[in-house]
Write a protein that binds this ligand. Structure first.
Ligand SMILES: Cc1cc2nc3c(=O)[nH]c(=O)nc-3n(C[C@H](O)[C@H](O)[C@H](O)COP(=O)(O)OP(=O)(O)OC[C@H]3O[C@@H](n4cnc5c(N)ncnc54)[C@H](O)[C@@H]3O)c2cc1C
Length: 303
């Protein structure tokens, strides 16, 4: 199998621990981790997996996932080498593996406005589109015009903004797990570079001050329930600092769970369940997880 994969792409790692590829630093091995250098390699690997009936999981920067300690069976395809980026007039087209920070920096360097709010989100373009990532009042949907993706029939197709069915942390890609985002185009407006830089620096500082970036984490654990803030509900339940094994409700920001060192995936799962039950009992509000959970032999789920 390894040799057959190596004939398709050079970057094949066997039994690679996914804790090296998730921002929570949790996750057991996958059978094969593949990091394609080109879209052609990606398409070859995806068709090979389909032909052979092998499970295929796509990861960007792993900043919105919990991977079980059992790992993931089959092939994990990591997109971070697909980082072509081009600027034409007011538009930027970015490969799925381009970091959102790089996309924002490119916009800034070219005096293009509309992405400053996303500069601190530690994901890729693909992960950002999948999640409709957003922060400080801006979302990826605001400036995205089109996405090219690989369909279940291995055709490269294009979606307009409307066809993404964007809403809060949702996109059409969540309904079609077999679709793979290849690149997205953003249409921006000319802006003042100094003002944009100032705004970006301010927002990054705000993020640094509020978030527990000193510990591995996966960002906000829960979506914002309508009319509430998840972090405030958790705090009001006196769960700040609550710890199960190595997983802890951050003392700095209750909306984040952090890995205090050696956390097992089951610690995170139990802590999420404990938080959800406690908040539901106290306030009658059901918290919906933002992060996705991957486990060997099972389809991914939202916790
Ligand atoms: C410190 C920290 C701060 C954060 N702050 C924010 C924030 O302010 N706002 C926000 O919205 N999020 C935030 N997040 C969460 C996360 O960074 C975003 O959701 C990000 O968009 C995920 O991108 P990723 O590349 O890491 O995706 P991953 O975590 O690798 O994947 C997330 C999902 O996207 C799918 N996916 C990824 N690439 C593709 C592709 N090419 N095709 C199809 N599916 C794909 C995966 O299968 C998976 O289901 C934060 C996370 C951290 C750790």
């Amino acid at each position: 199998m390894r040799n057959r994969l190596l004939a398709l792409t050079p970057n094949v790692l066997e039994q690679e621990n996914l804790s090296n590829h998730t921002t929570l630093k949790i996750g057991g091995p996958c059978d094969y981790l593949i990091i394609p250098d080109t879209v052609e390699e990606l398409i070859n690997v995806v068709s090979f997996a389909k032909e052979q009936g092998i499970r295929l999981t796509v990861l960007g920067n792993g900043s919105n996932v919990l991977v079980d300690d059992s790992g993931i069976d089959g092939i994990v395809l990591k997109t971070t080498n697909l980082k072509t980026i081009t600027v034409e007039g007011n538009t930027i087209t970015a490969g799925t593996g381009v970091r959102l920070s790089t996309l924002c920096e490119t916009a800034l360097q070219n005096g293009l406005n509309g992405l400053c709010e996303l500069s601190g989100v530690p994901g890729t373009v693909g992960g950002g589109v999948y999640m409709n990532a957003g922060a400080y009042g801006g979302e990826i949907k605001d400036t995205l015009t089109t996405t090219r993706y690989l369909s279940e029939t291995f055709e490269v197709k294009t979606l307009t903004n409307e066809e993404h069915e964007f809403s809060y942390r949702k996109s059409v890609f969540q309904k079609h797990p077999e679709w793979i985002i290849l690149e997205s185009t953003f249409t921006l407006t000319p802006g003042n570079r100094e003002e944009m830089k100032k705004k970006t620096v301010e927002l990054l500082k705000k993020r640094n001050d509020a978030q527990p970036l000193e510990y591995p984490n996966a960002g906000s654990t829960f979506k914002r329930p309508e009319g509430y803030f998840a972090g405030k509900l958790i705090d009001d339940c006196k769960l700040r600092g609550c710890q199960i094994g190595g997983a802890q409700v951050s003392e700095k920001h209750c909306g984040f769970l952090v890995n205090k060192g050696g956390a097992a995936s089951k610690d995170v799962v139990k802590l999420i369940q404990h938080i959800r039950n406690t908040v539901e009992d106290a306030f009658g509000v059901t918290l919906e997880a933002e992060i996705r959970y991957y486990k060997r032999g099972e389809d991914s789920v939202r916790l």
